[in-house]
Design a protein around this ligand. Sequence first.
Ligand code: PHE
Length: 366
Amino acid sequence: MTDLTSRKDAALAAIAAAPSLDALDEQRVAALGKKGWVSLELKTLGAMSADERKQAAPAIQAVRSDIAEAIDARRAVLEAAALEARLASETIDLTLPAPEKPKGSIHPVSQVMDELAEIFADLGFAVAEGPEIEDDWHNFTALNMDETHPARAMHDTFYFPEEDGAEHRMLLRTHTSPVQIRSMKKQGAPIRIIAPGRVYRSDSDATHTPMFHQVEGLVIDRDIHLGHLKWTLETFFKAFFEREDIVLRLRPSYFPFTEPSVEVDVGYSNEGDRRVVGGHGDDEGYDWMELGGSGMVNARVIEMVGLDPAEWQGFAFGLGIDRIAMLKYGMNDLRAFFDGDPRWLEHYGFSPFDQPTLSGGVGARA
Ligand code: PHE
């Protein structure tokens, strides 16, 4: 009996002092394992008489449960300490700089859209959106192109199959101008928005892809005139190309939804196989490049959205985003924009950290 008690005390002391989970398990095996001393003591009960067993059994069983309890208690302590140690060794220092070369890059079109939004936000323009799957009322009719208007045929439109009983024919929008209509109907006047996005035309060669990007601009207010349009475009292009010597030419043109209409050209020169904006297109070594269409919003369009053209007028423009991206960043094949070749993106893409800001110079490469 004393022997049992002293062995138990020794075992409890060793368990309490076990320095690790492994050491604790050795103690468990030594006492409670198949050949452990407590198990062997329990086995001796089998050889005893019933009376003897009644005497001896409770003491041995008590030793066994005391030791098992002590092991559980010690295990809980050791496990908690192990968890603490792991947490301490696995902390992440959120103040560490990110890896120098992040995976993935921002497509130049996305980058330029961010640059546009940044520059126009500074001029008080909000960003508006509209659906790429449009109906022919928003894409054409409300823009002063009724069903028989020849301009409809010029747009090389992707139409959806005609649906019986449908009020409007659905199509892929051929320009961002339907966002003018949606914005004016939704918010009335005054209004100052840009609407960048995808547009679709059935057309494809080195400078045309069936899907491309435009940014629409729309200002509706009182006493707006062509001078505001010219100033806005000039201010935008100077900020966008980050140079002061931008010269624009507004050339008389025709769009059903603007009157008068002007096409916007910018002076440029060739440097090797790269076109560089700047300078007067009529000077020696310079030429003009078309960037988009614009004009004063046609009074009929203002009427169509339920505004009074005697009170409200304004200007609108539509620029090719891919075009101005190519000009700014020196890419010369539009088709490569949409091939999804990671090598192209690696070369022309932008770091996700390279957020365009006016203070940092929009589009500055890190
Ligand atoms: N929507 C015209 C186009 O795609 C461009 C434009 C927009 C012209 C706004 C005038 C005003 O060609």
